[in-house]
Design a protein around this ligand. Sequence first.
Ligand code: TYD
Length: 135
Amino acid sequence: FDENYKVLEFKEFGDEKGNLVVAEGSGFDIPFDIRRVFYIYGSERDIKRGNHANRYTRFVLINVSGSSKVLIDDGKKREVVALDKPRMGLYLGPMVWKEMYDFSPDSVLLCLASEHYIESEYIRDYDEFIKEING
Ligand code: TYD
C-alpha cells in the first residue's frame, strides 16, 4: 500500500457451525509475505506496549479475541484505531510509531510481520524517530 497504515476487513464465513476468517498472504489480504507471527495476551488494561517504530518491517495487527487500541503516529499526525472485531486488521507500514493499550482481559492481539526479528531495525526512542522521519 502507499498508505502508512490502513484498516483491513477480511472475509468471514459464518454459519451454524460458527465463524471462520481468512487472511491470505503474499499480496492478497496481507500485502506482504509473512515471515513472522507473534501474539500478545495477558496485558492489563493500563499497560502500554509497543512504543517503537520499525525501519523496515510492515505489520498487520488482528485482535482475534477481545479488543485493544493502537495509537499510530507517522510524525505528522496521530490517530487511534480500535481493534474490536476478529475480521478486522490494521496494516502498519515502516516508520510508523505505534503504541498498543486498553487491552480487554480476553485480548489476544495477533501480529503478522514482513520480516524476522532484528532488534537493530526497531527505533525505541521517540525523538530519534522524529529525527529520522525529518532526516
Ligand atoms: P517488545 O518489543 O518489548 O514488546 P512490545 O513492543 O509489545 O511491548 O518485546 C518483548 C520481548 O520479546 C523483548 O525481549 C523482545 C522479544 N521479542 C522477540 O524476541 N521476537 C519478536 O519477534 C518480538 C516481537 C519480541
